[in-house]
Design a protein around this ligand. Structure first.
Ligand code: NAD
Length: 375
């Protein structure tokens, strides 16, 4: 099996597989070709790849000769056009929101696997890049907020007086939110948390956060642990409660999302106005519309004295460990796809393969994508 690693575009510092991952592929009787300088921005030199058995190849060779192509960003249309229909491309295609790319993959009869579609089952956990990258984002969001805050996070009792601990409000207690709670608590802040899923209360409390409950949340056990859209009455009640808590907070970390939909709007303009000058909002939901009305995706702005950081791409800012986690998730998927003799096992009945394979032979395979695409 020949596996090709593509160099990511300039706005992405991660790489799909670090050199250390090549040893695992060796066990799957697979060899690696990679683009020159592919791992540079993730602190992986070409020599590290070649010392682990990798070979440098040009983009054309990777696209036309590989049996499996790995990347994080979806390859551009020109690259996809050069890929043979017998090859498998594994990237993050964001198929639930990027219909145009799905259409192109279907038209070109490309077999595409999207790492953001790994089923969130027990078996899928070791391949779940959404969890891995959310872990990085939750961690980085708190550190970024702390660096931008004109105050300490922990309480200090000094000869110059007592400094009160900062208050951190976290919206959404999924993977990123839980990581943010843990880091903010480690830094000594007081942490309050909102989520619409009541079953996260215990997890929030076990990490030392205070769970603020809003009565009447709609939950759906069939949503696979995800949040669902809330009623207008609930949204109004929740916004008021968040307003009251945000006004007393130094930092707000926004992580609330609903898969395949616009992020819920939780902080309106008047709430930002009510916050203390110098407070910081980090909006991890920026790329899906943001939880804060004043968030600008990819930008840091100051509005009403509050710094608002609209950032959904923290993993690219921590490219070495983020690539390590992405690569480990990828290797675990490759172990499902390749047998010990190095042969491809494209078993479309397998729960992981079926859920992650978005297009094959001009058809949509993932049942989740099918239900969204056909709407
Ligand atoms: P996510 O990124 O989709 O959303 C983040 C959080 O925002 C969620 O906790 C969600 O409930 C919350 N949220 C949504 N709307 C909200 C609102 N209006 N107000 C407040 N909070 C709101 O979530 P995620 O981190 O991807 O995790 C979602 C679920 O998936 C969790 O139950 C998690 O345990 C589960 N999960 C399972 C696996 C697995 O089994 N392989 C792996 C990871 C996560």
């Amino acid at each position: 099996m020949l596996i090709g690693i593509l160099k990511e575009p300039a706005n992405e510092n991660r790489i799909s597989l670090l050199p250390e991952g090549l040893k695992s592929l060796d066990k799957l009787k697979s060899s690696i070709i990679f683009e020159k300088g592919a791992g540079e921005r993730a602190y992986a030199a070409d020599e590290d790849y070649t010392q682990n058995g990798g070979k440098i190849a040009d983009i054309h060779e990777i696209l036309t000769k590989s049996n499996i192509i790995l990347s994080i960003s979806s390859p551009d249309k020109e690259s996809l056009s050069n890929i043979d229909t017998s090859c498998i491309v594994i990237s993050v295609f964001n198929p639930l929101s990027d219909k145009e790319t799905v259409d192109f993959l279907l038209q070109k009869k490309i077999t595409a696997f999207s790492m953001d579609m790994i089923p969130r089952t027990t078996r899928g956990q070791s391949m779940d890049i959404l969890s891995s990258m959310a872990t990085v984002s939750g961690y980085k969001a708190v550190l970024d907020a702390a660096m931008n805050l004109p105050n300490f996070l922990p309480m200090f009792m000094t000869a110059a007086g007592t400094i009160r601990p900062a208050k951190v409000l976290i919206l959404g207690a999924g993977v990123a939110g839980l990581q943010a709670i843990a880091i903010a608590r480690k830094l000594g802040a007081i942490v309050e948390v909102f989520d619409v899923r009541s079953d996260v209360k215990e997890q929030v409390e076990s990490l030392g956060g205070k769970f603020v409950e809003v009565e009447g949340a709609a939950e759906d056990a069939s949503a696979g642990g995800y949040a669902i859209e809330q009623t207008e009455e609930f949204k109004k009640k929740q916004k008021q409660l968040i307003h009251d808590h945000a006004a007393k907070s130094n930092i707000v970390i926004c992580t609330a999302q609903i898969p395949g939909r616009k992020a819920p709007l939780l902080i309106e303009k008047h709430t930002v106005k009510a916050m203390k000058e110098g407070s910081v909002i980090v909006d991890l939901a920026a790329s899906t519309g943001g939880n804060c009305e004043l968030t600008e995706n990819g930008k840091t702005t100051v509005k009403h004295g509050v710094k608002i950081i609209g950032k959904s791409d923290y993993p690219s800012d921590m490219p070495n460990d983020a690539s390590r986690m992405y690569g480990n998730n990828l290797i675990n998927l490759l172990k499902v796809l390749i047998d010990e003799d190095g042969n491809l096992k494209l078993d479309l009945e397998d729960e992981i393969i079926q859920g992650t394979c978005i297009t094959h032979n001009g058809e949509i395979i993932s049942p989740r994508l099918k239900s969204v695409y056909n709407k």
